[in-house]
Write a protein that binds this ligand. Structure first.
Ligand SMILES: *Cc1c(COP(=O)(O)O)cnc(C)c1O
Length: 416
């Protein structure tokens, strides 16, 4: 008899309006189930072609190539604006997420003189915590850490309770990197605004996975990477968002020549333009910038509404498999159950999570491991099928049921 879960997966795939997008990606081993698109997305076929042409253009056009390359950061930003629910001219590619976080956090703090507190949560992504701590140490500010549940995420009430008129900046991740818990971006933004603070959102695990609605929420500032759900490629430049009316108010701390008015006049003084360009710094990486543009285009073409809807179907399906097959084997779901409170990945707690990750990889399922003791399974909606989740979780169940993972090392080492 056909496993009813498999029949359901096939039916869901057959009805999936985004099913055709899988063909837009390079898939060299069809038997591998890739559940780590939220660490590094797959290679779009269009990107491979674009990069070939860009390398040729470098070889042939040399310095003249810049005429075509210079606008790419803004062009990709306008495409991403559609994906993030922002307006054209409010998003641009630049630097890395870490560096953008630094630039926008400092710019926000400078716009709130006399206030000396940064609010974040104690379970925020490491780079965010380190950068905020560094800024606070350099300026004698206080970092106020809101307690977040590592499985259930951040409660808006707890953020609100940390707000007062000393708070200059609230800086949080929209989707928590480990649990997949989704913060209430509109509610937190509104709460911070009531207290006169600016909010900086890290969208790394939500861009290309959920509907964000920056304009609808009156969001101030945001940063995020393009190499996860946006399929921009390893180390592709990040994006930053600054709401239009803040663009001529905020001044970022790294005063580079790409953030200068009339850059090639090589003028004596720094005079940033009243646009998103003032948040740029130096010469952008063009090969990976073109890759980020292609990646963004695919998500824009699919539409963030259908992408987010598929993320919900995938996570819901995986949760039901986990409940039926994995919970009896000692796994615990470490992601919120409410579909409105999660992104597009599922975290599973198991005391032998690291060994299970290695065993899965040996059986051609690519998960991620996140301490403490969690398997993180990412479901990139553009190329992940429900049948992939069925295959992947069947292999995980069979490994755990037969203890095949116990032959693998116990201590995590390096990247998974
Ligand atoms: C992946 C990720 C980053 C990555 O920052 P980089 O500067 O690109 O290394 C930052 N924040 C969050 C929440 C992430 O998930």
């Amino acid at each position: 008899m056909l496993d009813p879960f498999l029949a359901e997966a096939r039916a869901l795939d057959a009805a999936d309006p985004l099913a055709g997008f899988r063909d837009d990606f390079v898939i060299t081993d069809p038997d591998t189930v890739y559940l780590d698109g939220n660490s590094l997305g797959r290679l779009p076929k269009a990107t491979r072609e674009t990069l070939r042409q860009a390398v040729d253009a470098w070889g042939g056009d040399l310095i003249d190539g810049w005429h075509a390359w210079l606008p790419v950061g803004r062009e990709a930003g306008d495409v991403l604006a559609g994906v993030l629910g922002a307006e054209p001219g409010e998003v641009v590619l630049s630097d890395s997420t870490s560096v953008n976080l630094y630039k926008l956090a400092v710019a926000a703090l400078d716009a709130r003189p006399g206030r000396d507190v940064i609010v974040t949560d104690d379970d925020n992504f490491p780079t965010d915590r380190y950068i905020l701590e560094g800024i606070a140490a350099a300026r004698g500010l206080e970092v106020r850490r809101v307690g977040a549940d590592i499985d259930e995420g951040l409660r808006t009430e707890d953020v609100e309770a940390a707000l007062d008129d000393r708070v200059a900046l609230v800086c949080l991740s929209h989707v928590a990197y480990r649990s997949g818990a989704l913060a209430d971006l509109p509610a937190v933004t509104a709460a911070a605004h009531r207290h006169g603070a600016l909010v900086l959102w890290d969208l790394c695990h939500s861009a290309g996975a959920v509907e964000i609605g920056l304009t609808a929420a009156d969001a101030d500032l945001a940063v995020g990477c393009t190499y996860k759900y946006l399929n921009g490629g390893p180390g592709a430049p990040a994006f930053l968002y600054v709401r239009r009316d803040l663009q001529d108010v905020l001044v970022q701390p790294i005063r580079g020549w790409f953030g200068q008015t009339d850059q090639f006049a090589m003028g004596p003084d720094y005079r940033p333009p009243p646009t998103i360009d003032r948040f740029l710094v130096g010469t952008p990486p063009m090969l990976s910038g073109l890759a980020a543009l292609e990646g963004a285009r695919i998500t824009a073409r699919a539409g963030i509404g259908p992408v987010a809807a598929k993320a919900r179907t995938l996570t819901d399906y995986a949760l039901r498999l986990a409940d039926a097959w994995l919970t009896p084997l000692g796994f615990r779901v470490a992601t919120p159950r409410d579909p409105a409170r999660r992104g597009s990945h599922l975290s599973l707690h198991h005391p032998a999570a690291w060994q299970l990750c290695q065993a899965l990889k040996a059986e051609r399922v690519v998960p991620d491991h996140r301490p403490p003791e969690r398997l993180r399974l990412g479901f990139a909606p553009l190329y992940t099928r429900h049948t992939d989740l069925h295959t992947g979780l069947t292999r995980l169940r069979d490994i755990a049921a037969t203890d095949r993972h116990l032959t693998f090392p116990i201590i995590p080492q390096g990247l998974t």
